[in-house]
Design a protein around this ligand. Structure first.
Ligand SMILES: Cc1ncc(COP(=O)(O)O)c(C=O)c1O
Length: 387
């Protein structure tokens, strides 16, 4: 039977595949340690639970407006004003089924067949396939030598008359690196002066090491929101450990929000009513949760760094945020997929090969799991690699 070009050209999400594998091996009773995860182990905030339960008790879980509930938009406006320092209005916001759907809506709204979409490596695994799904061309910029960050000149050199958008994820999955104020300021200037969309994927924006600040593109904008090509994507998945609720949102100019709403309306009608209720609870009363999550991640990050330093040949890049690290293991094997496979087979440790993020020789290691697993996983890896 016929399958479309888009379906055949699409890769399976490497991280979701590894999650499935880890789940399967665990179910078979194997002592798997999962360093491939993309969600905190914490339970959801009490406020989200209470709000979801209250909503459920009404027994009225219905369609909402395509771009989401005004009550949730008002919470997003309050959150954005506090965190980003500017006041958006409801017409500038669309709520979606996770940040992933928000990014996809955005790409569908701005990319024509053959349009180029630029993003730095290492990149979130889904970016290239999402761009291809809307018949765009991904343009990947490699980082500087001995760094996990690109420089602004190499990005600018890749801009052509076909460039439609730049995607930036900082703090970054997989590296945990945070782009500097200087870089963000220049990027905003380039995108605004050349009228290129800048999608800033802020999903890890609140998960940063103590004392680290994430520069926010909107604060460098010289334009009013309705004239700006900046679109910020965020959501409850990571900062409130609410991945299963599937609530994300985008803030942008009215025209793009309208276009994204039309697309979403035809694809999923609206985000889940019940999940929106939970997100309202989290945004209203979940601030302490983020602080606690950050404190726990700070502790796990120190354990991770300490453990990584014990390897004989790992090149460490200390993360500034997220719950990922992206050390260079190329001294053990330049082929990261082969190395990751060996670690599963011989050490029962699941990592994600760097090649999936556009940078060979590295492994992505998540430290959002249990502390004792972090210690045990690295011990097993060292026993295998440093023996
Ligand atoms: C960089 C990045 N953007 C977006 C997402 C998607 O988030 P959500 O679960 O809200 O769809 C993820 C999830 O792993 C991510 O790492």
């Amino acid at each position: 039977m016929h399958l479309s070009q888009a379906a055949m050209n699409l890769g399976q999400s490497a991280t979701l595949r590894l999650n499935d594998l880890a789940r399967r091996l665990k179910a078979e009773g194997k002592p798997i340690i999962h360093f491939g995860g993309g969600e905190p182990v914490e339970e959801i905030p009490q406020a989200a639970y209470d709000a979801a339960l209250k909503k459920l008790e009404t027994r009225r879980i219905k369609y909402t407006p395509a771009s989401g509930l005004i009550e949730l938009k008002n919470e997003i406006i309050a959150y954005t004003e506090k965190q980003y320092g500017f006041k958006a209005s409801p017409k500038n916001i669309i709520i979606s089924g996770g940040a992933k759907q928000a990014i996809y809506n955005f790409l569908m709204a701005v990319v024509d067949p053959g349009s180029e979409v630029i993003f730095p490596a290492p990149y979130w695994v889904s970016y290239p396939d999402m761009v291809k799904l809307v018949y765009g061309t991904p343009v990947v910029i490699k980082p500087k030598e001995d760094s996990l960050l690109i420089d602004i000149d190499s990005l600018e050199k890749h801009i052509t008359s076909n460039t439609r958008a730049v995607l930036l994820n900082s703090p970054n999955n997989p590296s945990g690196a945070v782009y500097s104020e200087d870089f963000i300021g220049k990027l905003v200037e380039i995108c605004e002066s050349r009228n290129i969309y800048l999608l800033t994927d802020d999903i890890y924006g609140r998960l940063v090491n103590k004392g680290v600040k994430t520069p926010l593109p909107f604060s460098f904008s010289k334009k009013i929101l309705d004239d700006s090509p900046i679109v910020s994507v965020n959501g409850v998945s990571k900062m409130y450990s609410m991945t299963g609720f599937r609530i994300g949102w985008s803030i942008g100019n009215e025209a793009i929000v309208k276009a994204m709403t039309k697309i979403q309306g035809q694809i999923t009608s609206c985000p889940s009513d019940l999940s929106q209720a939970a997100a309202i609870g989290a945004l209203r009363r979940g601030e302490a949760f983020i602080e606690e999550l950050n404190a726990s991640l700070d502790k796990k990050r120190s354990i991770l760094i300490n453990e990584l330093k014990k390897f004989k040949k790992v090149k460490l890049y200390a993360p500034n945020g997220t719950f990922y690290s992206f050390p260079d293991f190329s001294a053990y094997d330049k082929d990261s997929a082969r190395l990751a496979n060996m670690l599963i087979e011989k050490a029962m440790v699941v990592t994600v090969p760097g090649v999936e993020f556009g940078l060979e020789g590295h492994l992505r290691i998540s430290y959002c799991g249990d502390e004792k697993d972090i210690i045990e996983g690295f011990k097993r890896m060292r026993e295998l690699l440093d023996k």
